[in-house]
Design a protein around this ligand. Structure first.
Ligand code: PBG
Length: 328
């Protein structure tokens, strides 16, 4: 004990702290989520996500170039279609906004970055749910799990065809990873990977994202996304996704679920991702705007904390900015 043991010795200089630092944060660990929209002539700011925009196809390419230059590990694409319908037809239309953008980015970057696509229907359905609806035996409208799987398969094939390296099924339907894996393999896309949104909670932190994609959702996603109070259930979801062939698994949101992330990292034998979602980003921006916290410091601290908890990969709207700062 003291005075023999003085932990402060290892904190004396920046060089010493650097030498003994336990958690690294590098550009390659960061993935940038991006939005591309139909029917806009110029990039459209998202008021609840300062600095994040809905891109036009041109501005998407320029921003992607900047992010890749800064060394980010990959890009995760979301589409904001001009037209929506009950089954989300735009999702598997090769001329749809998301598939067109994927094709353009793949043509531009080839294999120089990892191109990821959100494989979910919510941006494409007029009711805003992550799946298709049907009426059950009691006359209630429900998100129909198995009918949705067929739509995910169609969407996955279109995205693989368009050039995505990684598909991100984020709709929390049972069996989604296995259904997509089987369809990809049958169509010859054996090397297209699946990043499974395994433990995804029904969180209030998605609020700004819903503005970002112009969501029409009324109600909530509690029949498919998880109850925030559940921990064991996440381990079950991760185990099922691993058994279905997930190449990577994800916990989402990140900061308020670091305990879950830690446990998932302990059982996973594949890389673990965590998504610092829109609400996490917005809260930090709002506090910084008021002058109550130092944004630059907070961003790196939050990302480092997510890494410390066990994330190999962090999806964050700050990916390009943080990567550029880490390079300096
Ligand atoms: C749904 C989806 C959501 C996010 C990404 N894909 C959540 C939702 O609307 O329930 C949220 C991402 C964020 O908040 O940054 N496919």
């Amino acid at each position: 004990m003291f005075p023999d043991h003085r932990p402060r010795r290892l904190r004396t200089t920046p060089a010493m702290r650097r030498l003994v630092g336990e958690t690294s944060l590098e550009p390659r660990h960061l993935v940038l989520p991006m939005f591309v929209a139909d029917d806009i002539a110029t990039p459209r700011p998202i008021s609840s996500l300062p600095g994040v925009v809905q891109h036009t196809p041109d501005s998407l390419l320029a921003a992607a170039e900047e992010a890749v230059e800064a060394g980010v590990g990959g890009l995760m694409l979301f589409g904001v279609p001009g037209h929506r319908d009950a089954v989300g037809s735009g999702a598997d239309d090769p001329d749809g906004v998301l598939n067109q953008a994927l094709a353009a980015l793949r043509a531009e970057f080839g294999d120089d970055t990892v191109l990821m696509a959100d494989t979910c229907l919510d941006e494409f359905t007029d009711h805003g749910h992550c799946g298709v609806l049907s009426v059950d035996a009691n006359g209630r409208q429900r998100v129909d799990n198995d009918a949705t799987l067929q739509r995910y398969v169609d969407m996955a094939l279109a995205q693989a065809e368009a050039g995505a390296h990684v598909l991100g099924p984020s709709g929390m339907m049972d069996g989604q990873v296995g259904a997509i894996r089987a369809a990809l393999d049958a169509a010859g896309f054996r090397h297209t990977s699946i990043l499974a949104y395994s433990a995804k909670y029904a969180s209030a932190l998605y609020g700004p994202f819903r503005e970002a994609v112009g969501s029409t959702l009324v109600g909530d996603r509690k029949t498919y996304q998880q109850d925030p109070g559940n921990r064991r259930e996440s381990l079950r979801e991760v185990s099922l996704d691993l058994a279905e062939g997930a190449d990577m698994v994800m916990v989402k949101p990140a900061t308020m679920y670091l305990d879950v992330l830690r446990e998932v990292a302990e059982i996973s034998d594949v890389p673990v991702a965590a998504y610092q979602v829109s609400g996490e980003y917005a809260m930090i921006c709002a506090a910084a705007e008021k002058g109550w916290i130092d944004q630059d410091a907070m961003v790196l601290e939050s990302l480092t904390s997510i890494r410390r908890a066990g994330a190999d990969i962090v999806l964050t709207y700050w990916a390009a900015d943080a990567a550029a700062r880490l390079l300096r």
